[in-house]
Design a protein around this ligand. Sequence first.
Ligand code: UTP
Length: 427
Amino acid sequence: GVQTCALPISKIRKVRYSFMTLECAKQKLQQYGQEHLLKYFDTLSETQKEALLQQIEETDFSVLNKIGSNEEESSTGTITPIRALRLPEIHANEDKYRETGLSAIRSGKVGAVLLAGGMGTRLGSDNPKGMYDIGVTKPMYIFERLICNLMDVVRESGEFIHLFVMTSDKNHTATTTFFKEQNFFGYKEDYIHFFKQDMAPAATYDGKIFLEEPYKLATSPNGNGGWFSSLKNAGLLDLIHENGIEWLNVFAVDNVLQRIADPCFIGATITENRSVGAKVVCKNHPDEKVGVMCLKDNHPSIVEYYELTPELRDAVDEDGEPAYNFGVILNYLFKESELEDICENTLPLHIVEKKIPYIDDAGTLIKPEEPNGYKFETLILDMIQMMDTCLPFEVERDKEFAPIKNKTGIDSVESARALLAKNGVTL
Ligand code: UTP
């Protein structure tokens, strides 16, 4: 039949590619200055043509309008210090907190969410970051290390904890296959749930979307801020409700030393009656490149290191201590019911410079060594500002923070290995 541009996408997808859908695509591309995406169209097979048209239909090009208007929307508001729960107070109340946390775990109220949808471009491996082998004398994959950390709490509490693993289109199959091959590293398969996050287009600095194949737009995962809506879209909220999960501990794939579902952290957040808990470490240097916790217009918030003015960096609190000194390590405990309340709110979109593989005019795939364009992401740290209350919970850096971002140098495989060794982990 004849298609018109007004047809819902769901209908268009079921019919074969036709002249009119090509016309629709052209109109949409023209509106956003993206006509180059059809450069190879005439050389494509019918299936490839269909795939390309479908991707053009489905892609949200409006993100491109953000290029150039790069003033961060989040930078307005009055910033004041936030009080953190410091190590001495935590130690003094440790038994009480731990008991509260363990009892929440034993009654099934705690779930964990592993954010593993990122591309890990800085590490530069083609596999998902979690498949990276950091072992020295034996294989020790990042995923394996994280499961080992979680198993410590399973053993202590006697209860398995539901683990939700966020992947993306780019690494879903590799990730799920790997977990199966490795027998879920001894974890109970029924307690591991994979879900995929959405993708966003990647563009040149001039806002032209890259092609990664003649029939495929370059896309990348749309940032870790979409984890809760993706979890919801995957239908996993039912499982969360049925199992009575009230708290979700969200954590990054790359910190191999972190404590997951840490009973003391859970207990403190519950006892202090906060909407979210955030593990923090004292900055090791005033200029350390880490987001720090604060209040913005009296709401818990995070100032990114590039937004931290010299005045804020050097500000001190009433005790003469640095006022903005608590860096976040991407380990948060969210009260699930509050996430449902804020989930329809839109998070600010961040424009990030990245290395984006693309095909050049000759049709050759180029893997750039340096950033060559923009990706569009929402970030989990922007969710903190939507919560009413937050408990920054201090942890010892050398015991809980060994992120792997690079192969060597700062935050690398090397530095993480050294920290693991220091904590008695044999690799
Ligand atoms: P990073 O900010 O380090 O990003 O992710 P990345 O994309 O993995 O790494 P680079 O910058 O390309 O080297 C922090 C955490 O958020 C997850 C990552 O998997 C990691 O656990 N993440 C990031 C997602 O789950 N989805 C995303 O879209 C981005």
